[in-house]
Design a protein around this ligand. Sequence first.
Ligand code: BEZ
Ligand code: FE
Length: 293
Amino acid sequence: MHVYFTEEGSVEAVNARMGKDISPRLATVMASLVKHLHAFAKEVELTQEEWDIGIDFLTKTGQICSAERQEFILLSDTLGFSMLVDAINNRRPTGATENTVFGPFHVDGAPIREHGSSITLDGKGETCLYEGRVIDLHGEPIEGAIVDVWSDNADGFYDVQQPGLQPKWNNRGRFVTGSDGKYSFVGIKPVSYPIPDDGPVGQMLGHLGRHPYRPAHMHYLVTAPGFQKVVTHTFVGGDPYLESDTVFGVKETLVAPFEHVRGATEWRSPFDFVMVPTAAPVGAREPAHATAS
Ligand code: BEZ
Ligand code: FE
């Protein structure tokens, strides 16, 4: 038994303190967290000064958080942790629409709009017709799917970042599919923008020689009874930040066509959402560390 703390036995000393009757999952998660946290300090021979800076950083990260600002999510996003947790929890068969990061700018309860109508209320930006179908893995249309969409405006800000300056629900809306599974709406061709970088996470990015930009994207939350929720974006091909998205959200299958058209709208972006039934096993793939038999 490791009762007293030693450098060599540090993990055992801490983990041995856990009670016997605690949640088994909590015990597993915390034992692993302590193991890897201690291994990190040992691997880099963390100095006291460095850990003081770390504590100061975490303190400031907490202090800047408010109802409108969630700096810990930005930290998780910029360290690639949000995308990792999402990947672990949303392994899908080939052909299904992939997830990506949710981001902090979704607002519940956006207006339900008619198909083909515009979500852009400030009149700014290049107009784009978004259209496609919500289908299952066999290509069959899904009726009653809700396609909840949101994007930044042409200046690179979401409406919630500029209350009073942008109309409420600017570049947001929900569209409900009929029996043909089709959706369509007019938005703008989105623009790339920096994530909020005036706090500790922005400073961290600066120290690491990283920029805070996300490539231009349209956000989607697609839900339908009996199907796994799809949290995703479509990205504008050719964006200069596609390969260096500060939150690692880009996936090849999510880079959508944006075709220049002559007509009422300047662009057209077709994209189908392929949904997986909730009954399908989630995480069907073998874990990466599984040994071959
Ligand atoms: C976004 O795409 O809205 C977003 C995602 C992660 C961090 C900040 C913003
Ligand atoms: Fe976004």
